[in-house]
Design a protein around this ligand. Sequence first.
Ligand code: ATP
Length: 672
Amino acid sequence: MRREQAAHIDELVRAAGGAATRRDAVIQDSWRRCVSEHRLDPEVLREPCILTPSRLREHQDAMEEFTHTARFGVETLYRQVAGLGYVLLLTDAKGITVDFIGDPTFDNNLMRAGLYLGADWNEQHAGTCAVGTCIHTGEALVVHQTDHFDATHIPLTCTAAPVYDPSGALAAVLDISALRSPEPKESQFLALQFVRGFANKIETANLVNRFRREWIIKLAASPEFVDVEPSYVLAVDGSGRVLGFNNAARQLLLREDGAEGQGTAARSLVGRRLGDFFELDVNDLPRFSHALPAGQRLVRLARSGTPLFAATLAPPSRPGRPVVEPPAPALPAPLAGLFRDDPAMRQVAMRAAKLVNTQMSLLISGETGTGKEYLAKAIHAASARAARPFVPVNCAALPESLVEGELFGYEAGAFTGAAARGKKGLVLEADGGTLFLDEIGDMPLPLQTRLLRVLAEREVTPLGRSRPVPVNIRVIAASHRDLVAEVKAGRFREDLYFRLSGAVLVLPPLRERRDFDWLVGRLIAGRSHAGGARVSLCEEAMAALKAHDWPGNIRELANALDYACAVAESGMIGVEDLPDRLQPRAPARAGGEAALARVWAAPPGGALSWPADRPCAVPGPGGREELIAALAAHGWNVSAAARDLGLDRTTVHRRMRRFGLVTLRQGASQFS
Ligand SMILES: Nc1ncnc2c1ncn2[C@@H]1O[C@H](COP(=O)(O)OP(=O)(O)OP(=O)(O)O)[C@@H](O)[C@H]1O
């Protein structure tokens, strides 16, 4: 144990014994709580407590809408303090870090110090600390170096401010922390003002977002500031009842109500009449629009008569009347065009619609061919970035040696073989638009680190260039792999996973979609048969499509329809026009299939075998089930099966080896 830690523990033990200290009262109170209520032993040095990814996700999901609203404020604050060595944490009301921005170069040190996603900063575990003590007191504060209770935390300086929800309950804590800082605590007082200011802004953004269909009243003591930086903000319904407020407005209303300092009384403010607090009626509100000079928008508090200046935002429809909530917000056309009556797709589209214009990175998961890139394009098309580029990058297809230059660009002559004029790189190509990182799970680890830095700092340093270039991109990543499993296996950086998965959209497999008929109709409408005429599908063919499992999902369906349109002799696709693997099996074959099914369950003497525990490494057409079906349908003739699957023979042989499938002539012959 270091000398400073021993001296710190000494001070804690003396304070616990009742000795006077020169600490601020809030710190002394917290030390007392740590010993007498949380039963923390000052002599024990604790490791930071970091939640598992699945528990963290539960906390993040519960905060999703809030984090989304807060994100701009969080990023702006980080940009202002990053150069001074601070990292930024947003925790929920329990002290769990649900959002984090820091310099990934110092990841290990930050993680060791608990300045990391998923870290639990509740005072009960972590002792006196900015987040935990802020949760306890409900006030902004600085916990500087040896103010911390636990001796492991004494190098840190942490400044936190509470963010309240519109009903006055604690919603989150905003914190900036640094691993090193000057010794005087006063060095952090400006940081305190900063964090407090951004916490207020986030609180107001959350209030206005939550009640955007109601009256919003902004108030300030000065007419010059009421439109730009109001101190008090409240939401009121069309009948003049208070719906919510920011924390400053809550304090103001409590003072007017004579209930100041009674924390729980805040809840009883909701539902009270505007006239209880102000010399104001709901019918007066349209008068306070900013069309009138601010100096003429005077409002008095009802009890004290204190003058304030007001600015009101009317609800979107008929000002002054009670607002009827519309049934559900209309989806932007590109998202509405993805589905018809499928509940899972509706949920994905509704969620995506809320996120189109945020900075939050999105992760789209789903089996191969379910339309991940198609969805990413729809999100881009529905966003304010639609006029800027959508740049898709297939991380699995880029050769490892080229990927860095392709993604981040390089200067002329940066390395042997570099293009004479240098290269901009795909990240910068996407500036102002959307970068779509497909198969992100296949990105090599060193590149994951570079990508993480681009996402955290929103700037790129092309190879051979010393200065970073700022970049404004929306990142959407996709993977058909289970990224959480990849993280656990150490193949994918956990912090990158968290940064990419601001929101996760999961696409349903085609076999589960309830709008299958519509999708077939839509795909057919975009195709014509060989003679150029429009095509349709007979009932039997539709039944055959429905009977199929579609491991390759929409891509496989689109390919099957391409084939059918090409071979159909008239404008009507019959069942015989479908690829062989979709043909309903003839009765004689059905017996063969039953026999095959029995063999699958218990391979006879090695005629056919594939270990049940061997994962299907290649999904989609040509995946294990599909391969077996095609081989069986062609009497285990590899060339015919390959033709049917649209693969070459070598690929089929390779996949058979991979799945442990062996054909022996005599084994295959029993199914022909
Ligand atoms: N809603 C849709 N309507 C029409 N076509 C679609 C739809 N969704 C996907 N498709 C088509 O299905 C095919 C596969 O889509 P996409 O490439 O987006 O899938 P993916 O999930 O990204 O595939 P992979 O996992 O292999 O990268 C494409 O040809 C696309 O045009």
